[in-house]
Design a protein around this ligand. Structure first.
Ligand code: AMP
Ligand code: ZN
Length: 458
């Protein structure tokens, strides 16, 4: 069965074939670590995790690379304003290096809490300055860079199809632009290397052939992706905001240096929003995963919440929606637990599930197939085996889940109640008969001071 994925570059769903089967190179733009990730950011990483799991479900081996942006992302995406890291440092009274460390660790902890598979490679921008300098030097040598008083810029007018990914109307942009161009030659030009301000020492700065400074935001991804996955690999991902600036710039840099489009598929996860507003770190009122945990919400309920929507549609966050997801997850866990030991999966059901996930990751439909299985009339062991197959993609940790307290079937609860009544009325024979009935159904009962304790018999 083939995997079909939406490729933003061609604006179409295309059949996915690895360039070098069974290996698949997958690069996901990582977090800018000047603050905690918000649950919007995490929706993008859940989407990418599902993508990886679906590829693995189809027998591919995925080399999943996630970078950490710890330098160079300016407050505005347009190369003006302060570096987010230096700003975060001022706000918190810690060094830029300390906050990078702190928020990277927290981000990785979010991955674990959401059951997102550990990337094969985590790479930090600041650990790859020589690679970025070499990449910039290559762009300069090919005649696509020019110097201004504050840095070295990429001349986008020299590339014929600059902005193709975004379907950018470069002429229209020029005409309508009110952006302060400073010394930029074209509105869409962007910094490859920025100089440290003359009057001030930055915390993060390096020597380079052009002067002391730091890399522009986009070069890190071109350089690290090429290093770990080669100059043309299978899939590059990010959130929808990257369609307009960051990814066109990554493509432009790589086209100049390697003559490729960097990736065969470009995939974008749509935003989580609060009302009509996108959730953004810069607004400061965002929700962290930890905020949910502090409210006693299982982080996997948020994962389930995200699976309810297709990755190419915006998702509105709401507490009722999240509660609904938490309840559904709890039901699924209990149902799975009560199925007991896993037997051989049902091939037809697995194929049905695969059809949905292979159809551009249709997780809402995949969840519907999951519930049909749970409510259907296959033997429990078959159901459980099939469900655990599905969970390789869903990632809800069903195999390991255990109820905090034993969850008792309704019928047993009723017998326990009747026995309590019989005991209260001193009808001992009846109470004993009920105990036997409970025992025969596979449960044992122990009378403790606070009432009867009932457990499944071992
Ligand atoms: P950043 O830390 O801004 O570099 O963003 C990290 C990742 O989160 C990028 O892939 C963004 O596209 C993505 N992202 C940012 N905001 C949201 C949001 N509200 N919903 C989903 N993804 C987002
Ligand atoms: Zn990137």
């Amino acid at each position: 069965m083939t995997v079909r994925l939406f490729d933003t570059y061609s604006r179409s769903v295309r059949e996915f074939q690895p360039l070098d089967p069974p290996r698949v190179g997958l690069y996901a733009c990582g977090l800018t670590v000047y603050d905690y990730a918000h649950i919007g950011n995490l929706r993008s990483y859940i989407f990418e995790d599902i993508l990886r799991r679906v590829l693995e479900f189809n027998g591919f081996t995925v080399r999943h690379v996630v970078n950490i942006t710890d330098v160079g992302h300016l407050v505005s995406d347009a190369d003006v304003g302060e570096d987010k890291m230096e700003k975060g440092s001022r706000r918190s009274g810690r060094t830029a290096w300390e906050i990078a460390e702190l928020y990277t660790k927290a981000f990785q902890e979010d991955f674990r809490n959401l059951n997102i598979l550990e990337p094969v490679i985590w790479c930090r921008a600041t650990d790859h300055i020589p690679e970025q300098i070499a990449f910039i030097a290559c762009i300069e040598a090919k005649g696509f860079a020019y110097l201004t008083s504050d840095g070295l810029y990429f001349d986008t007018s020299k590339l014929q199809d600059y902005g193709r990914l975004a379907r950018l109307d470069v002429e229209g942009l020029k005409a309508g632009s009110r952006v302060d161009m400073a010394e930029k030659r074209n509105v869409t030009d962007f910094a490859l290397w920025k100089f440290s301000p003359r009057d001030q020492q930055r915390q993060m700065e390096w020597e380079s052939p052009w002067g002391i400074g730091f890399p522009g935001w986009h070069i890190e991804c071109s350089a690290m992706a090429a290093k770990y996955l080669g100059p043309f690999f299978d899939i590059h991902c990010g959130g929808e905001d990257h369609i307009s600036v960051h990814h066109p710039n990554e493509i432009a840099q790589t086209q100049v240096c390697y003559g490729t489009n960097l990736a065969n598929f470009w995939m974008h996860g749509y935003f989580l929003q609060l009302g009509q507003m996108k959730m953004a770190k810069s607004r400061g009122d965002f929700l962290r995963l930890q905020t949910l945990i502090d409210r006693d919400i299982d982080p996997l309920a948020y994962r389930y919440f995200c699976l309810n929507a297709h990755y190419r549609s915006r998702l509105n966050f709401g507490w009722e929606g999240l509660d609904g997801a938490a309840t559904a997850l709890e039901r699924l866990r209990i149902a799975s637990y009560e199925m007991g030991e896993a037997g051989t999966p049902n091939e037809a059901k697995v194929a049905e599930f695969r059809e949905q996930v292979n159809n551009d990751l249709n997780m809402p439909r995949a969840l519907a197939v999951t519930w049909e299985l749970v409510k259907g009339d296959l033997p429990d062991a078959t159901k459980k085996g099939t469900l655990l197959e599905f969970d390789k993609v869903l990632g809800l940790g069903l195999a390991d889940w255990q109820p905090v307290r034993e969850v008792l079937p309704e019928a047993i609860l009723l017998l326990v109640e009747q026995r309590q009544d019989a005991r209260a009325g001193k009808r001992w024979q009846e109470a004993d008969a009920l105990r036997d009935q409970i025992h025969a159904a596979g449960y044992e009962i122990e009378d403790a001071a606070e009432g009867p304790r009932v457990r499944r018999r071992m």
